[in-house]
Ligand binder design. Sequence first.
Ligand code: BTN
Length: 251
Amino acid sequence: MEFTAERIEKALAPRLAQYYPQAGSTNEIALNWLKAGAPGGAVVIADEQTSGRGRLGRSWHTPPGAALAVSVILRPRAAFVSQITMLGALAIHETLLCFGVESGIKWPNDVQVNGRKICGVLPEAVWDGERLLGVVLGMGLNVRVDFSGTELEMTAISLESALGRPVDRLELLVSLLNNLDRWYALLGQPALFDAWKSRLATLGQIVTIGAVRGLAERVDEDGTLWLRAADGALHHILAGDVVLGTGEHGN
Ligand code: BTN
């Protein structure tokens, strides 16, 4: 069954939700809504995005009727802002599990199925000087995006092809928001970090991030990754793109 504003509002009430059949970027809309005073938990959903945003300034493809593109407005304490990325990846991981699909998290926040990216997570924080106004947590989950014949054919995957059956995106959304709420209540507690870390597929692998290549030895509670280079030096990485040791680019 397709997304409609009525179905979404009914399923998510009393949570505030804005639904767009077509939007530029749900993160952009949610950032403006956050600045205008939207409460924590409010969501923006689009069936299609024409200028979806990815990490590191990239664009994110959301064709009509094929993905879950959602941005959730959160108002955490500033001390916990670095855990919002973990929260998103973990909630997606658990939602996929609810639908019977095993996944792993590629540092920092890609969710993969069979080594292929099924979901990207993009948190964007809004500050007023030192004061955190809030965070928009954007998640883009491939549900029935057809990657065949595209440059992502070998590195991306959709939920329905992993599962072999159709999925109702509204059921997926409700499950995702439930999982998100559950983990949000544990923000700043060791359980959240421990759960994220235990699903992290990157640990123990030889990876290249920017100019640094080494063994992904450990992660810290703020998400920092530590790489042990061949010369024994330990490098800490705050953000970046993981490339597997084979030289293959992991989307
Ligand atoms: C990544 O590069 O892996 C992150 C992709 C995040 C995409 C989602 S789709 C919903 C939300 N709105 C956006 O413009 N981006 C995020």
